[in-house]
Design a protein around this ligand. Structure first.
Ligand code: NAD
Ligand code: MN
Length: 498
């Protein structure tokens, strides 16, 4: 990727406070503010509104009022406006990347990928909506059949803190393209980039089309999913909260999209070039600080190469550069919060107690000037399928390694968890690779290159990893409803009913 002109972290000026963005402007929240924290230093960056029921009520009303106008804009108008959003996001990306870096604690260089994906969402759905409305329209006896797509109405969206702009863009772009209006609740731990983005949106979109209410999940989030006047819910985050969102959708009988994380298998066949496979595996379990729903968090290594592979995996882990998030050469930085840091370290204790073996890492590291942050070593744990460390999402830079012998057995182990978001395979044998890919219960399977995201490809989970697919043409179906209209050329003759 080309070198970007980096903005100095000291040059970033935040607003003193960010109230909810409702009906085109920042307003005062009903219940005051929460500190927005730099994940690595603990410094207060700014304040975000502590959204609650009253703010959600105002936001839903604004979105409802904006719906008739927005849903009646032409497809060409929405195409143009979404492209404009992509343009301003692109023009402001270096500043927004630095803001996300400070807010989340993730390494700055990673955000090049985040913003590439986020900007693309707006361009992709702008273009895709142009060719979306080709239904099964056809002549019928004495008339014509029209099938059309209509927007759903007001969409309630809740997103997590790990990749804020990818999450916001991946939900906003298809919803807006399809003609819906929105209330978005970003994560309390990292939403400054989204609040800054709302200021850019204010210059492009009509008032009330997008409303953003920051705040805690149990307050703003719960009020949003329980609101009776919301026509669709979409959520990315933990399985526990995903169940609440699904129940709320059931109460209202509205469609729901859920993306709930993973425990992705990464399978190494014995024919691979070991150094290359180790590099791919290391990227797979350390990228995004391990705070990724698609992390390659369970490695399966064939017994013929196991010892050599593990030795090299450990050597490679030792070389991963842990450092300040704002240094572009850092590869592993601070996780989002003390709570998540302790949760990750807690999993290492669980692993030891259940008899798993920590082969490398397992500790918090201090980075000078960033003592507040939880910088966690790349951690390699030898584990068996029955263990919690093998079954549950850690959401940190950690990987389990498990030896395998027989391909049927490794596929069974790979599929033997509740999740099914992604998987990786490494082999030069095309037949084995495809056969294994077909048998894996996962929404994305990456052969020989982990995180091989392709723009426009469907993304989503099997099993408890969720419901629905994002980032692709079919996503528009989840923000639309079909209407069938038949036209007869004339009324029936009297007596035809007799
Ligand atoms: P979470 O599911 O609690 O939070 C995600 C979002 O849901 C946040 O915006 C939060 O405010 C909101 N929320 C929380 N409770 C809510 C409620 N009752 N009603 C409505 N909204 C609510 O996730 P977390 O506590 O931040 O992280 C815990 C674990 O979840 C992580 O360790 C990881 O395993 C998983 N996770 C997965 C993803 C993913 O991309 N799938 C992202 C973040 C976290
Ligand atoms: Mn933060």
């Amino acid at each position: 990727m080309e070198a970007m002109t980096q903005i100095s972290p000291n040059k970033i000026k935040f607003e003193e406070k960010y109230g909810p963005f409702i009906n085109g402007e920042m307003v005062e929240p009903a219940n005051g503010y929460i500190d927005a924290i730099n994940a690595a230093t603990g410094k207060v960056l700014s304040k975000i509104g502590r959204g609650g029921q009253e703010d959600i009520e105002r936001a839903v009303n604004a979105a409802r009022a904006a719906f008739p106008g927005w849903s009646n804009t032409s497809v060409e108008q929405r195409y143009e406006l979404l492209n404009k959003i992509a343009d301003v996001l692109e023009a402001n990306q270096e500043r927004l990347k630095m803001i996300e870096c400070l807010d989340t604690g993730r390494s700055l260089h990673e955000f090049d990928l985040d913003y590439k994906l986020a900007i693309f969402q707006f361009r992709f759905f702008a273009s895709t909506i142009l060719s979306y409305y080709e239904g099964a329209s056809r002549p019928i006896d004495n008339g014509y059949l029209i099938t059309k797509k209509e927007p759903l109405g007001v969409c309630g969206m809740i997103i997590p803190w790990n990749v804020p702009m990818i999450m916001a863009a991946g939900k906003l772009a298809p919803a807006l393209a399809a003609g819906n209006t929105v209330v978005l609740k970003p994560a309390e731990d990292a939403c400054l980039s989204i609040m800054e983005f709302s200021k850019l949106l204010a210059d492009i979109l009509p008032k009330g089309v997008v409303n953003i209410v920051p705040g805690y999940g149990t307050e703003a989030g719960q009020a949003l999913i329980d609101h009776p006047n919301v026509d669709k819910l979409t959520f990315t985050g933990s399985v526990g909260v995903g169940k609440l969102v699904g129940k709320a959708a059931g109460e209202k009988i509205v469609p729901v999209t859920l993306e709930l994380g993973g425990k992705s298998a990464h399978i190494v066949f014995p024919d691979v070039e070991i150094d290359n496979a180790v590099e791919n595996a290391t990227l797979g379990y350390t990228f995004f600080n391990g705070e990724s729903c698609v992390l390659g968090s369970r490695l399966f290594v064939h017994e013929d190469i196991y010892d050599e592979f593990i030795e090299k995996l450990i050597t490679r882990a030792r070389q991963v550069k842990i450092g300040p998030p704002t240094d572009r050469s850092t590869r592993l930085a601070s996780v989002i919060s003390e709570k998540q840091g302790k949760r990750i370290l807690g999993y290492f204790e669980i692993a030891k107690n259940e008899g798993a073996k920590i082969l490398y890492g397992g500790n918090r590291v201090t980075v000078p000037g960033h003592e507040h942050g939880y910088f966690i070593e790349p951690t390699i744990i030898e584990a068996e399928p029955h263990m919690r460390i093998f079954q549950e999402e850690i959401f940190g830079p950690a990987v389990t390694v498990t030896k395998w012998k027989d391909v049927h057995e490794v596929i069974e182990m790979a599929n033997g968890v509740e999740y099914g978001l992604a998987a990786g395979i490494m082999t030069n044998d095309l037949q084995k690779a495809m056969d294994t890919a077909n048998k894996l219960e996962a929404g994305s399977v990456w052969i020989n290159s982990y995180f091989n995201f392709q723009l426009g490809a469907p993304f989503g989970g099997y099993k408890k990893s969720g419901v629905g697919r994002e980032q692709s043409k079919e996503t528009l179906d989840s923000y639309s409803q079909s209407k069938t209209i038949t036209v007869a050329y004339n009324l029936p003759e009297p007596g035809m009913f007799l």
